[in-house]
Ligand binder design. Structure first.
Ligand code: NDP
Length: 311
């Protein structure tokens, strides 16, 4: 039987690759299982303009290729496989992948990220990055003087709608019930904003893209009186929640009710010694590439020190 890996990193977004860069430079010879969306959520955005070091901005997929190359340069091995099952009950930990391989590792760095929830409409996926977005912070800038719609009634929706008023000429908030779920302060901020119009009991039925593959309208439905109508729109922002990709660890690691893994305060360490969690799998609050990268770095440093103290 070959020696267990010093560390295996599950996930290949900014958190996973940053953990890999640090782990590789500490001679931990990390293996990254890239998952079923290699590069993570940034590969579905277009320009990234808020990541320091790119004054002209950078395309999300291109940035993630650079992360990967940088990790490989120092000795990271990347496999385009999905972790399908893990056993964290004893060391070495075991990971079974979609390529029918079994890995054993002394430490595991979980960087499986989160996925924005979408409505499930046929055109919605097709128009991602072309008017449909689940991240106002990332894409809001491209909607200067445009008319945008935000779906959701929680803190994210209110926050994103308020953020979008910096750019858009009109922001419409579509709420499926007749009340917001958001905290009072966020709700008030959105409802009192002169650029924001709230549409109660309203759902999106379809997204239109007659003009060159870009969103140019929506079909909406009032779920109280059944009225269905079309509106012009340049953008559709989904803010109906995120789901951390942590199902694999249910029952093994403590999670909040949504599924975000709980780490020790100020650390990426978990209740299982040798298992570290970074990025959006544990962060419901910031959810930014830069913060994910930061916690990826933390996870690698913690893993390295943990290994040192156990050798
Ligand atoms: P939430 O789960 O709180 O809210 C989701 C919203 O989307 C709800 O209004 C829900 O409607 C609506 N929704 C869900 N599915 C659909 C659908 N298919 N069609 C239409 N609407 C739908 O998610 P958030 O992302 O807003 O917040 C997650 C957590 O993060 C919360 O704890 C929140 O407080 C926190 N947060 C805090 C912020 C801050 O403090 N600055 C900023 C952003 C988030 P319904 O109400 O009918 O279920």
């Amino acid at each position: 039987m070959s020696q267990p890996l010093k560390t295996i990193i599950l996930g290949s977004g900014p958190a996973g690759y940053t953990a890999a860069i640090y782990a590789a430079r500490a001679n931990l010879e990390p293996v990254v299982l890239a998952g079923n969306q290699p590069g993570g959520q940034l590969t579905i955005t277009s320009d990234v303009e808020n990541y320091p070091g790119f004054p002209e901005g950078v395309m999300g997929p291109e940035m993630m290729e650079m992360f990967q190359k940088q990790a490989e340069r120092f000795g990271t091995t990347v496999f385009f496989e999905m972790a399908e099952k893990v056993d964290l009950s004893s060391r070495p930990f075991k990971v079974w992948s979609s390529a029918d391989k079994t890995y054993e590792a002394e430490t595991v760095i979980v960087a499986t990220g989160a996925s924005a929830l979408y409505l499930g409409l046929e055109n919605e996926k097709k128009l991602q990055g072309r008017g449909v977005s689940a991240c106002a912070t990332c894409d809001g800038f491209f909607f200067r003087n445009k008319k945008v719609y935000v779906v959701g009634g929680g803190d994210s929706a209110c926050e994103e709608a308020t953020f979008l008023t910096k750019f858009a000429s009109e922001v419409h908030l579509l709420v499926r019930r007749d009340e917001l779920r958001a905290s009072k302060i966020m709700a008030e901020r959105a409802m009192e904003h002169e650029k924001i119009t709230v549409h109660w009991n309203t759902e999106v039925v379809d997204v239109h893209d007659v003009e060159a593959g870009k969103v140019n309208g929506l079909t909406l439905k009032n779920n109280q009186n059944g009225e269905v109508y079309k509106v012009d729109a340049d953008g559709l922002f989904l803010a109906i929640g995120h789901k951390p990709n942590t199902d694999l660890f249910k029952g093994m690691l403590p999670m909040d009710e949504v599924g975000y893994i709980q780490t020790h305060p100020g650390k990426t360490a978990t209740d299982i010694p040798g298992v570290f969690v970074c990025g959006d799998a544990q962060d419901s609050y910031y959810r930014q590439a830069i913060t994910a990268a930061g916690t990826g770095c933390m996870a690698a440093i913690e893993a390295e020190r943990w290994l040192e103290s156990h050798e």
